[in-house]
Design a protein around this ligand. Structure first.
Ligand code: FDA
Length: 306
């Protein structure tokens, strides 16, 4: 219930203005977002890489409404990838891309063309791209664009969301095709017709999908902070004889950092998803929705300013 209220607030531009201009916001945002510029993101990335972690960089922004903004998002990624290579951070660093930032809601072909340009920049920088998955109205288009991108850029990955009823079948298709798949629970408010609603059902689906991916031919990326699912991931890696270069764990910047380091110290590949940019509001709201305790963190930050 609280989750859907917060996710609804994530779409309110009135609330966005209020939160973005509130004096406390900067402290709260800093926990989950690397900063506003590519230089901030690369500084945070350097520290993570020095700690033995790898990184996926996300330039914040989604639901772009104009072709000019979509082109700007593409250029941001092209410049970011070149700067990451220049700084010697590739291939430890890859890019995460939201197709809606590249104009998916305006024109699917436009978003596909921009995504191909970013993939080409990633290859030139010695790294790759993973497509984030957004709400379920974009799933078909994202999978279609992925299939086209993989013809020229076979290492392009995609996120799949265990809360969607269709995802086990999508995992089968992509594991069979040897794709890089980031499995996550899913962060949007979705109707019962397409998505499991209870934590138990979502967790069970996650494990079924994880089994499909870990037993397949692709490269599974297990994106969760859930201790039970991390333990199951470790177990399945042993069961299916997957070595550290044959799968990875992924977690978000600012969430369970000690666990990220523990897994890396155990010899696992661990990638941290590092967002940066000025359009942090919907991203922050999704993080708050995932963990009501983060609301207390938000409230404490307000109190400490009072
Ligand atoms: P769950 O929410 O059950 O949390 C398990 C435990 O982890 C909590 O009890 C808490 O200890 C800790 N935790 C989780 N979230 C926290 C938070 N925000 N703050 C503090 N502690 C927290 N979603 C999507 O729809 N499309 C996508 O492309 C992606 N991409 C993506 C990349 C990566 C690398 C990650 C880790 C996650 C995503 N997600 C995503 C988000 C994902 O779908 C999901 O919403 C969150 O990861 C939370 O789910 P958990 O699996 O962590 O479990």
């Amino acid at each position: 219930m609280l989750r859907s209220v917060i996710l609804a607030a994530a779409r309110s531009s009135r609330l966005e203005r209020l939160v973005a201009t509130a004096p406390i916001s900067r402290d709260v945002v800093r926990r989950f977002v690397a900063g506003t510029t590519a230089a901030d993101a690369l500084r945070v990335t350097r520290a993570l890489v020095d700690d033995g972690l790898t990184v996926s960089l996300d330039h914040l922004g989604e639901d772009t409404h104009s072709p000019a903004d979509a082109a700007r998002a593409r250029e941001e990624y092209v410049a970011l990838l070149a700067a990451a290579a220049e700084a010697g951070l590739t291939p430890a660093v890859e890019a995460s891309l939201k197709l809606s930032a590249l104009g998916l809601r305006l024109d699917e072909q436009l978003a596909a063309d921009h995504a191909a340009a970013v993939c080409a920049a990633a290859v030139a920088a010695g790294t790759t791209v993973t497509l984030d998955m957004e709400d379920h109205t974009t799933t078909d288009a994202t999978c279609e664009i992925l299939t086209k991108l993989r013809q020229d850029f076979p290492a392009t990955g995609v996120a799949l969301q265990a809360y969607l009823r269709r995802t086990e079948a999508d995992c089968r298709d992509l594991a069979g095709a040897g794709a890089r798949v980031r499995l996550c629970k899913g962060a949007y408010a979705e109707p019962e017709s397409v998505a499991y609603q209870s934590k138990l059902e979502v967790d069970r689906s996650f494990v079924r999908c994880l089994n499909v991916l870990m037993s397949g031919n692709g490269y599974p990326m297990l994106a969760t902070h859930d201790p039970r699912l991390v333990a199951i991931g470790e177990d399945r890696a042993k069961w299916f004889d997957r070595t550290a270069d044959q799968f990875e764990f992924q977690m978000l910047y600012g969430v369970r950092p000690a666990e990220q380091l523990r897994l890396a110290a155990e010899g696992y590949a661990v990638r941290v998803y590092v967002p940066y940019g000025t359009q942090w509001y919907p991203y922050l709201m999704r993080r708050l929705a995932e963990r009501p305790a983060n609301l207390a963190f938000f409230a404490r930050a307000i109190q400490s300013r009072g």
